[in-house]
Design a protein around this ligand. Structure first.
Ligand code: AMP
Length: 121
């Protein structure tokens, strides 16, 4: 699938749509999900134009990949849900149609602040 420059998260990255920012650096932007499913529900997205996790892993540079996954842990730390600061969390990426991905820009959901429960319905 080619990258759609008009997807919602591309617009958030360009500042065309506001977000409740949690963290930003050279590689990632993190903000609260607009429709939280748990007490804490954050999203972490790479700055680069990648549709999903496979696109990212196949095409991003090693620096982008390291920066992204380090960013996930920085966000968890900042939110106080990491193992060392809190009680842990769930990181989840939906990939493609069967994975239930709605926005075609790679994102990880971070759920925390309470017990997250069953892994899948
Ligand atoms: P997914 O189904 O994995 O693609 O998840 C997309 C997520 O993006 C959903 O949890 C939505 O609630 C969330 N979402 C959609 N639009 C926005 C927005 N403008 N700001 C924050 N989160 C959003």
């Amino acid at each position: 699938m080619s990258y759609d420059n008009n997807n919602i998260f591309a617009k958030v990255l360009r500042g065309e749509i506001p977000c409740k920012k949690i963290y930003e650096d050279e590689f990632v932007l993190s903000f609260y999900d607009i429709n939280p499913q748990k007490k804490i529900h954050a999203l972490v997205i790479p700055k680069g134009k990648y549709t999903d996790l496979d696109d990212f892993n196949n095409n991003a540079s090693s620096d982008e990949i390291a920066g992204f996954f380090r960013g996930v842990s920085k966000v968890a730390n900042k939110l106080g849900i990491s193992i060392d600061k809190g009680n842990g969390y769930r990181a989840l990426a939906n990939i493609g149609e069967n994975g239930g991905q709605e926005v075609p820009h790679l994102h990880f959901h971070l759920f925390g602040g309470e017990k997250i429960g069953k892994m899948v319905e």
